[in-house]
Write a protein that binds this ligand. Structure first.
Ligand SMILES: *Cc1c(COP(=O)(O)O)cnc(C)c1O
Length: 231
């Protein structure tokens, strides 16, 4: 069995245990394999191991790899910051844009999608919850207003929120950030009468804590594929 397959079995067990601990079902949680910097062959191996959701953080990198992979029955997520001049390409190359952080970007995605597909493009709003690691994302106070505007765009489907909390040595220290994202989602959903079921939060070192706080999508790279090559 491949290394990816073995890693996946361990991660699956940890996801199931974290879900059980918090009274949730395993099926409520989608595992997104984060494949940035890894070659297409490794992605194919991950697909063969059973993974069906993949996250890339750059449009150009994914365009370079997707030739041999685009026809697989998988869902491709953009999880990294998207510059608005690449929005049109991203709306074609991905099923989901999980890092929308501004209205002009959402509008560009909406227009691009209208031209290319009858299906709505799924989007999440990325929220900046503090820390220096990631400067992208909207501030918590902007969530409700942007959610209402993005939800009104006819070719987008706003499904929820995403965050990258500051890196904490101890995973438990990330808990307040995950909780905050859930509370922001609850508030916006209630105030704006929107269904925002998706919370994309938790990475290799803290996904169990994120699941305990309500994550419905965890984005895992290192724990599946090993350390990324330095590029
Ligand atoms: C790289 C990346 C991940 C995966 O990080 P790991 O620590 O390798 O699991 C998750 N989310 C985003 C947005 C990333 O850029």
């Amino acid at each position: 069995m491949s290394m990816i397959w073995e890693n996946l079995q361990q991660i699956e067990e940890r996801i199931a245990t974290a879900a059980q601990r918090s009274g949730r079902k395993r099926e409520e949680i989608t595992l997104i394999a984060v494949t940035k910097t890894h070659p297409a062959e490794m992605m194919l191996e991950a697909y063969e191991a059973g993974l069906r959701h993949f996250g890339e953080n750059r449009v150009q990198e994914w365009e370079g790899k997707r030739g041999s992979l685009a026809n697989l029955n998988a869902t491709w997520h953009l999880i990294g910051h998207l510059q608005s001049n690449k929005a049109a390409r991203a709306a074609i190359a991905f099923h989901c844009i999980d890092s929308v952080d501004d209205l002009a970007l959402a509008q560009r995605l909406d227009r691009a999608r209208a031209e290319r597909s009858a299906d709505r493009l799924r989007v999440l709003l990325e929220v900046h919850l503090g820390g220096e690691e990631s400067k992208s994302g909207i501030e918590p106070a902007q969530v409700q207003a942007l959610a209402e505007k993005a939800a009104a765009l006819p070719h987008l489907h706003l499904a929820g929120l995403m965050c990258i909390p500051p890196f904490c040595e101890e995973p438990a220290k990330a808990r307040p950030y995950f909780r905050k994202l859930r509370e922001l989602r609850d508030q916006a959903a209630l105030a704006s009468r929107l269904a925002l079921p998706v919370l994309s939060m938790g990475m290799s070192h803290d996904f169990e804590v994120a699941i305990e706080e309500g994550a419905t999508e965890v984005r895992i790279g290192t724990a599946l594929f090993g350390a990324r090559p330095k590029i």
